[in-house]
Design a protein around this ligand. Structure first.
Ligand code: SF4
Length: 366
């Protein structure tokens, strides 16, 4: 609700007083508008105002990008319209690197909260906005910082490698961050006799233990999307499509990974689909990536791996909270904005810097 609705000035008021009144009125008006917008964000997760249905959102977003020197970074799991309007589309590693390097004034992060938080950690002087503040992550939520701190204290001689899908608080408790693209290299960079805790994804951790021959202690977290695939339904689907290859993200459960033809990060799955000679693929990861796969391989067929019930659970409900309208709204009003305590930011940045250093040395990022 606005605090100010009209300014009444008595006749014959000196001009200097009138100007001063207008200045104060303007300040009150702006404060009231900002309070109102912030209230909308707290209540809804975004500035929930009506958008003109005739507005060409694609053109309007392009206009705002220029006016505000903004860059739109989108994760592969975003809806196709958002991917089409983005300046850069990538997985967590690519997005973190872009966020670190950009000279745009505003980073519009079309992804989930921990990703926008990572952008702020890496580039604190930039304004970072997220289309919907409620776009969280079940995996990040599966590792509450207070519990994880106690877990870490039980293993005082271990170092902590955390998957980037975690909160800033968990990052601050970690020694090195990794993504599914660079996890193997990160683990191999640690001396073989150094014990490791891996958090928060137990499926990715178990897969990495197998790949690297390590015996990392695993935090018991998981992603609701990658845990939902049904081995039984995938097996039936493979019978109906005998030529199709099953490609899977390592956050999937071991039973699905065991029958996969290729396992890799989202970017690695995309690259595999571009270079491999098969014509059909069953894709066991979030369905958003199918848009890029189909665009770069128009003559191949991509079938989303079926979940173990009839819901569309391989659509991440958090990622899909973002819409093109909310993207435009967050650019227009520069809200919701990601802010962070500086002490926490610095502590969370250290293990990310370590990851980027190791990744660069391994030639994984430019
Ligand atoms: S797909 Fe899983 S890990 Fe990714 S944002 Fe959604 S819940 Fe989190």
């Amino acid at each position: 609700m606005l605090l100010v609705d009209k300014l009444v000035i008595p006749k014959y008021t000196p001009l200097i007083v009138v100007l001063d009144l207008y200045k104060k009125y303007y300040y009150l008006f702006i404060t009231a508008v900002m309070n109102n917008l912030n209230e909308l964000v707290s209540a809804n997760g975004f500035v929930n105002v009506e958008v003109d249905p005739h507005l060409d959102l694609f053109a309007a977003i392009e206009k705002l990008k220029k006016e505000k020197n903004a860059i739109v970074l989108a994760h592969y799991y975003q809806e196709p319209d958002i991917q089409d309007v983005a300046d850069y589309i990538g997985d967590s590693l690519g997005l973190a690197q872009k966020a670190e390097q950009t000279d745009a004034d505003m980073i519009v992060f079309a992804g989930v909260h921990f990703m926008a938080e990572t952008a702020k950690i890496l580039n604190p002087t930039k304004k970072v906005v997220l289309p919907d503040l409620k776009a969280g992550c079940s995996l990040a939520d599966s590792a509450p910082a207070a519990l994880f701190k106690k877990f870490k204290e039980k293993h005082p001689d271990h170092i902590v490698i955390s998957y980037i899908n975690c909160t800033a608080e968990i990052k601050a408790l970690s020694d090195i961050i990794c993504t599914s693209s660079n996890a193997e290299k990160i683990i191999e960079s640690v001396p073989a006799d150094q014990p490791i805790i891996f958090a928060p994804d137990k499926n990715l951790g178990a897969y990495l233990n197998k790949k690297t021959g390590r015996n990392m202690v695993l935090w018991n977290g998981a992603c609701m999307v990658h845990e939902i695939f049904s081995l039984e339904k995938i097996t039936k689907l493979k019978h109906r499509h005998p030529q199709a290859k099953l490609i899977a993200h390592p956050e999937c459960e071991e039973a699905v990974l065991n029958v996969s033809d290729f396992i890799g990060s989202t970017t690695q799955l995309l690259k595999y689909s571009q270079t491999d000679s098969a014509k059909e693929y069953i894709v066991a990861t979030e369905t958003g990536i199918l848009h890029q796969m189909q665009q770069s391989n128009p003559f191949k067929t991509f079938i989303p791996a079926p979940p173990n019930n009839s819901c569309a659970c391989n659509d991440c409900p958090h990622m899909k909270l973002n819409t093109l309208e909310k993207l435009w709204l967050c650019m227009q009003y520069e809200l919701p904005e990601i802010t962070m305590d500086e002490e926490l930011r610095l502590a969370a940045k250290k293990p990310i810097d370590r990851m980027l250093q190791i990744s660069r040395a391994a030639g994984l990022v430019g």
